[in-house]
Design a protein around this ligand. Structure first.
Ligand SMILES: Nc1nc2c(c(=O)[nH]1)N[C@H]1C(S)=C(S)[C@@H](COP(=O)(O)O)O[C@H]1N2
Ligand SMILES: [Mo]
Length: 334
């Protein structure tokens, strides 16, 4: 996301420095020393994405999934079209450019897959993905997704409440946090085998929530979008969606969920703690150190030419989560 910043101008996410470029720079500096400096002048390829969005990428067969459409989770907002949702992605295991995951993850095999729930629980378990489909009925949830890079989408997810999965494990009273882990398999995830592809992240990608946040009814595990199973680039076969937090909290391709008594480490906080906090609640009043969070570019179907900059809302507009933070300084706990 990284660009020259002119303070007098209105922000667009093309001017903002993005996570990938930032980390590639850090990595280059570490690896190459001063010789690497020439590479720092390379523009992020993300900026040109919009001119090539009509290009076709292979998409594996997506299964239609049975689901209900509860009225309270439908929306009158314009949905982000399927082709944007599936070609403009952050999934560094498959590359740091927005268009990389659609290309590099198309052959990512997600069957068989197991998901383990353990840690401070009475009944740890491991489920095959088939069991997951059988045990939990899917709902369509139309949620806004606000990336920390100041773009946003409106996505019709298919999923179920994370709380209903955690309840099956019977959390112990000592459990206060929930830690999530993405698959670690460098043979299948090229960014894990090569630090230049993977943006210098220490894999596996990890995330965390407080137990209260995890049990909130808005927090879901998604196994599909637009009526069908998740495309690999969106985090197949199962990913977290926490709509009131910046997108990086919504960890993809999860293999393990562990309940703990301590705040777990999280990938972006580990990389740049002064820029990415544990909470990462969407908040227009708390700027990223390198850009404003007051507004966002809503990705609909207009690309660069559309005037689609909109104000960002506290908790991404999901005010019902405010009680979770009534005793917390949201500026300190960013
Ligand atoms: N494992 C993993 N999960 C991840 C990421 C990632 O790089 N790796 N990127 C995050 C970020 S920054 C965002 S904005 C969302 C993007 O989800 P989408 O590509 O489905 O829109 O996924 C999040 N989950
Ligand atoms: Mo993001």
């Amino acid at each position: 996301m990284a660009r020259i910043f002119r303070p007098s101008q209105q922000f667009t996410d093309n001017q903002v420095t993005d996570e990938s470029v930032y980390n590639q720079r850090r990595q280059l500096i570490k690896t190459l020393g001063f010789v690497g400096a020439g590479a720092l002048l390379m523009p992020s390829a993300g900026a040109v994405d919009w001119f090539s969005s009509s290009k076709k990428t292979d998409m594996p067969q997506l299964r239609p999934l049975k689901h209900t459409k509860p009225a309270e989770y439908q929306s009158s907002e314009t949905l982000t079209p399927f082709d944007k949702v599936t070609t403009h992605n952050n999934f560094y295991e498959f590359g740091t450019d927005k268009s990389d995951p659609a290309k590099r993850a198309s052959g990512f095999a997600v069957s068989p897959w197991t998901l383990t729930v353990d840690g401070l629980v009475e009944q740890p378990f491991t489920l095959g993905l088939e069991d997951l489909d059988k045990k939990f009925s899917l709902q369509e949830r139309i949620y806004r997704l606000r990336c920390v890079e100041a773009w946003s989408m409106v996505i019709p997810w298919l999923g179920f409440e994370l709380g209903s999965l955690l309840e099956q494990a019977q959390p112990l009273s000592a459990a206060r946090f929930v830690a999530f882990e993405t698959l670690y398999d460098p043979q299948r995830m090229p960014g894990q085998a090569n630090r230049f592809i993977g943006g210098g992240i220490d894999y596996p990608y990890v995330e965390g929530l407080t137990l209260q946040e995890a049990m909130h009814p808005l927090t879901i595990l998604a196994t599909g979008l637009y009526g069908k199973s998740l495309p690999p680039q969106n985090g197949a076969p199962v990913r977290l969606v926490v709509p009131w937090k910046y997108g990086f909290k919504s960890i993809k391709s999860i293999v393990r969920i562990r309940l703990t008594d301590k705040q777990p480490p999280t990938t972006w906080n580990r990389l740049a703690p002064q820029e990415y906090g544990f909470y990462a609640n969407v908040n227009p009043d708390v700027d990223h150190p390198r850009w404003s969070q007051a507004s966002e570019r809503r990705i609909t179907d207009g690309g660069l030419l559309a005037r689609n900059r909109i104000p960002t809302r506290l908790f991404n507009g999901y005010e019902e989560v405010a009680p979770l933070y009534k005793n917390l300084d949201l500026r300190k706990n960013y």
